[in-house]
Design a protein around this ligand. Structure first.
Ligand code: CUK
Length: 769
C-alpha cells in the first residue's frame, strides 16, 4: 500500500500515524502509589471502583434530569455520572438544530403564549411513561413552571415532539406526574390567578383567583397529548404544589399538596407584611385528593363543560360527585409521594421536622363513611388528620421529598435545612440511617423510584448549593448531584457530579436496557412529526427551483442532500429579496455520521442525522456571497464540505463568464492519480473479500455500513467514467479533477469498509464458505 493511500485511510478513520509505536506518557504505578500520590483512602478507592466505567463500558441506568432555567433535559448515566446528552425542550439548542430548523421551530411555536415566543422554560419534574406502574421507556414528559406548559419527548430518538400550553393556568408546578398506564399526565397550578382571559384585582383573591389540577390525556399510540380529551379540576387558591398519582391500591386517585392555604396576599408596597409572613402562619395546609377515574367517566358522559377549550370541573360539581377531598398536612409542605404499593402517601413540611404518612385505606374509609371534620370555605369536605394518618416520623429539619427502596417499607427523605438524607421505615415509623450531603438537598431519586417496583441500588441527591465542592468558576456555581450507594444497611456517598446547566429539580432513572433508541431515521424523515418529509431528496434527484407568485415575490426552494464530503447543491443562486427554503437530507446510513449545516449571517444551523431531512427558511434580503459548510467533523474532507449562496441584484446573470482555474493539471498529474486509485481499489477489494467471507448479514450495523459503502463505490464508478471520457479528449484538467473525485469516493468506501471489518472482528463474526 502506498503511503498516500495509507495516510488517507488513516485520516478517514481518525487514526494518527505510528500509533503502534506509542510510548506510555505516565509511568506505570501501583495502586498503593497512586493512592499515596493523590491522598486517597481505601474508602475513596472503593467508591471510585463502584462508579468507574472503563472505556467503552455502558451504564446500568440512564437518568433524565430537569435542566431548571435552561429549559432543557440533561441525560446522564448511572453509576458513571457521565453526561450523555442535553435535550432541547423549551429552549433553542443549536447543537441539535433545535429552534433553528423549520421542523423544530414548529414544535417550539406550539409553546407560544398569546402569540409570543417563550424561548426558555423552568423545567422541574421529568416523568417516564408507564405501563401498569412500570417505566416502559417510551416517552418522557417535563413541565415548565414559569409558563404552564408540558412537553413530550420521544425516547426512540430523544427529541422533543410536542409542547402544550395550559389554557387556564398562569403558573404551574405539580407536573409532570403520570398515572400508572400513562392515561393522564398531571399538572397542578402553583400561584393562583384568575383563569386565563379573566382579570380580577387582588382584593378579590378568595372569590376570583383559582388553583387547578389538569389531567392531560395522553395517546400512547400516537405519542402525543390529546388536549381535546384532557380535563381540569377547579381548585381553591391554595398554591397547589407537587402531585403524585395513586397506584395499585390507590389507582384512580391523585394527590396534590399545597401551601399558603391561608390565601394570604402580600404586598410590601401597600404596607402589607410580605407573602412569606402570611403564607406560613397556620399550622397546617391541605392535601388535595382527586378521583380522576370517576372524573374521566363524567367527561366521557358529556357532563362537563369546556372553558378555553379545556374540560373544567367546577368545585361545586366535583364536591357533588364525590371527586374532591382535603386533609390537613404539615406546615408549608413540599412533596407528595405515593409508596410503590399505593397504600401510603408521604408528605413533608418544609417548616416541620416530620414526614407524615397517610393511609389510603383510612382515607377511603373516611370517604365511604362520610366522616368529615368540616368543610373548607369552598365547601370541600375535610377529612380529619387523625382519620387519615398512619404515622408521623421525626426525620430532620426541613424535610422535602421522599423516595422508596426495593426493600419493603424503606424510604429516603431529603432534609433541606440539615443537608442530609434520612433513611427510615414507613411501616414501623422509625429512622434507620442518616447521611450528611453537600449541600441543601432538594429532590432525591432512587433507581426507577416512581415505579411500582423500585430498584433501590443507588440514590441521587440533587443539591441546590455546591459552595466549595468544585474548582471555583465565578459567582454562579454549578449544582451538585451526589451519587449514593443504598445497597447496604448504611448509605455510602460515591460521587459528586457538577451540573452546570440551570437548577435541576428532579431526575428520573430507568434501566438502560429498557431503552432501544434508533441509530438512524428512515430516509427523508421529519423527526419532529415522525413522518416522511415532503422535502426529502434522494441521491441524484436533488433540485433547486425558483418560482415567483403574481405579486412578483420569488422563492428559491432547494431539495438537497448531504453525504461525505459534499453538500448538493454547492452553489445556490437567489436574487435580493427572495425567500430561500433549504431542505437537506442526510443520505448516510452509517451510525453517528451526522452532518451539520451553517450559513453566514442567516442564523442557520442544522443538525442532520442519518436519514433526517432538516429545513431552513430565510429571506435573502442583502446582496452578497454567503458561504455555507458542514459543522460536524464527518470525514477527512470535512473542511471541503462547503458551498456558496450567491445573492445577486435583480436580473443579474451569473455563470456566464468562464471560470478561471486556480491550478492547471497535466497528463502526468492525471496518471499519478490513476495509479493511486488503482492501489486504493486493491485495498477496497481486500476489505470486501474479508466482509463477504463472513456472516456480515447477521449484523445490522455492518449491513448499514455495507449499504453506504456500496453507494459510495457506485459514485466512484460514475466519477471514473467522467475521468476516462475527459482523458479520451485529452482534457487533462477535467480528467485529473474527476480522477480525484473518483478517489474521494474510494476513500469513503474504504473508510466504511474498514469500520465494518473492525466491527466484525470485534464482534466475533464467523467465517462462511
Ligand atoms: S421542586 Cu425544586 S426542590 Cu419544583 Cu419538586 Cu422540590
Amino acid at each position: 500500500m502506498s503511503t498516500k493511500v495509507q495516510k488517507a485511510i488513516s485520516i478517514a478513520l481518525g487514526l494518527g500515524f505510528g500509533l503502534g509505536a506509542s510510548v506510555p506518557f505516565v509511568h506505570a504505578q501501583t495502586l498503593d502509589e497512586v493512592m499515596k500520590a493523590r491522598g486517597l483512602t481505601e474508602k475513596d478507592v472503593l467508591a471510585a471502583a463502584k462508579t468507574y466505567t472503563p472505556s467503552g463500558g455502558r451504564d446500568e441506568y440512564l437518568a433524565f434530569s430537569s435542566g431548571g432555567q435552561s429549559g432543557q433535559v440533561i441525560v446522564y448515566g448511572i453509576p458513571s455520572m457521565r453526561i450523555l446528552k442535553y435535550i432541547g425542550v423549551f429552549t433553542p439548542e443549536p447543537w441539535q438544530g433545535y429552534g433553528f430548523d423549520d421542523e423544530s421551530k414548529a414544535v417550539l411555536a406550539q409553546g407560544r403564549i398569546d402569540g409570543k415566543d417563550i424561548s426558555f422554560g423552568d423545567t422541574h419534574h421529568p416523568a417516564i411513561s408507564e405501563t401498569e406502574g412500570e417505566y416502559n421507556g417510551k416517552y418522557l414528559f417535563i413541565n415548565d413552571k414559569a409558563n404552564p406548559r408540558l412537553a413530550v419527548i420521544d425516547l426512540h430518538d430523544f427529541e422533543t415532539k410536542q409542547i402544550v400550553v395550559n389554557p387556564l393556568f398562569r403558573s404551574e408546578h405539580g407536573g409532570a406526574f403520570v398515572t400508572p398506564n400513562t392515561e393522564y399526565v398531571m399538572e397542578a397550578t402553583q400561584y393562583a390567578a384568575p383563569y386565563k382571559g379573566d382579570f380580577a384585582p387582588l382584593e378579590e383573591f378568595n372569590d376570583k383567583y383559582r388553583g387547578g389540577l389538569t389531567y392531560w390525556s395522553f395517546n400512547s399510540e400516537k405519542g402525543r397529548i390529546d388536549p381535546e380529551n384532557s380535563f381540569t379540576f377547579e381548585l381553591p387558591p391554595y398554591s397547589q404544589d407537587l402531585s403524585d398519582a395513586g397506584k395499585k391500591d390507590s389507582y384512580g386517585w391523585g394527590f396534590t399538596n399545597s401551601f399558603c392555604s391561608e390565601r394570604y396576599v402580600g404586598g410590601i408596597e401597600r404596607g402589607r407584611p410580605p407573602f412569606e409572613a402570611g403564607c406560613s402562619s397556620k399550622d397546617t395546609d391541605f392535601l388535595h385528593i382527586t378521583n380522576w377515574k370517576k372524573a374521566a367517566e363524567l367527561v366521557k358522559a358529556g357532563k362537563v363543560q369546556k372553558k378555553n377549550g379545556m374540560y373544567l370541573i367546577p368545585m361545586e360539581q366535583a364536591i357533588k360527585e364525590g371527586l374532591l377531598y382535603l386533609i390537613p398536612e404539615p406546615k408549608s409542605p413540599h412533596g407528595a409521594d405515593v409508596t410503590p404499593d399505593g397504600k401510603y402517601i408521604t408528605v413533608s413540611g418544609k417548616l416541620d421536622s416530620h414526614t407524615w404518612v397517610y393511609s389510603f385505606d383510612k382515607i377511603m374509609k373516611a370517604i365511604e363513611g362520610k366522616k368529615f371534620e368540616g368543610k373548607d370555605p369552598y365547601g370541600i369536605p375535610i377529612i380529619a388528620l387523625k382519620d387519615a394518618l398512619h404515622t408521623q416520623v421525626q426525620v430532620g429539619l426541613g424535610p422535602l421529598h421522599t423516595q422508596y427502596d426495593a426493600k419493603p417499607c424503606v424510604a429516603y427523605t431529603s432534609i433541606y435545612v440539615d443537608s442530609m438524607i434520612t433513611k427510615w421505615n414507613y411501616c414501623e415509623g422509625k429512622v434507620l440511617d442518616q447521611l450528611p450531603i453537600q449541600y441543601n438537598v432538594g429532590h432525591l431519586m432512587a433507581m426507577e423510584g416512581d415505579s411500582v417496583t423500585p430498584d433501590g441500588k443507588y440514590l441521587v441527591a440533587l443539591n441546590k448549593l455546591a459552595i466549595d465542592r468544585f474548582n471555583p468558576v465565578g459567582p454562579l456555581h454549578p449544582q451538585n448531584h451526589q451519587l449514593i450507594d443504598i445497597s447496604g444497611e448504611k448509605m455510602q456517598l460515591l460521587y459528586d457530579m457538577p451540573l452546570p446547566l440551570g437548577e435541576p429539580h428532579y431526575v428520573v432513572a430507568i434501566k438502560a436496557d429498557k431503552l432501544q433508541p434508533e441509530v438512524r431515521y428512515k430516509s427523508g424523515w421529519n423527526s419532529r412529526t415522525d413522518e416522511k418529509s415532503p422535502f426529502a431528496a434522494r441521491a441524484g434527484r436533488e433540485k433547486t427551483e425558483r418560482t415567483c407568485d403574481a405579486q412578483g415575490k420569488c422563492t428559491v426552494e432547494v431539495l438537497g442532500t448531504v453525504i461525505r464530503s459534499h453538500i448538493t447543491p454547492e452553489i445556490i443562486e437567489a436574487e435580493e429579496g427572495d425567500t430561500v427554503r433549504l431542505h437537506l437530507t442526510n443520505l448516510e446510513r452509517a451510525q453517528d455520521e451526522v452532518h451539520g449545516f451553517a450559513m453566514y449571517g442567516q442564523n442557520v444551523q442544522l443538525s442532520i442525522e442519518p436519514g433526517k431531512t432538516a429545513s431552513a427558511t430565510f429571506i435573502a434580503d442583502k446582496v452578497g456571497v454567503y458561504p455555507y459548510y458542514c459543522t460536524e467533523f464527518c470525514s477527512a474532507l470535512l473542511l471541503e464540505m462547503q458551498g456558496y449562496l450567491l445573492v445577486t441584484n435583480k436580473g443579474f446573470k451569473t455563470g456566464e463568464a468562464k471560470m478561471k482555474e486556480g491550478t492547471a493539471y497535466t497528463k502526468a498529474d492525471y496518471q499519478t492519480q490513476v495509479k493511486t486509485n488503482q492501489e486504493t481499489q486493491a485495498v477496497i477489494d481486500q476489505v470486501v473479500a474479508f466482509i463477504t467471507s463472513h456472516n456480515y448479514k447477521d449484523f445490522p450495523t455492518v449491513v448499514a455500513l455495507v449499504e453506504d459503502a456500496t453507494d459510495q463505490l457506485g459514485h466512484a464508478e460514475g466519477a471514473k467514467k467522467k475521468a476516462d471520457e475527459a482523458a479520451g479528449k485529452e482534457d487533462w484538467q477535467n480528467a485529473m479533477l474527476w480522477a480525484n473525485q473518483w478517489w474521494q469516493y474510494q476513500v469513503k468506501t474504504a473508510d466504511l469498509g474498514l469500520r465494518a471489518k473492525t466491527y466484525l472482528e470485534q464482534n466475533q463474526a464467523k467465517k462462511v464458505k
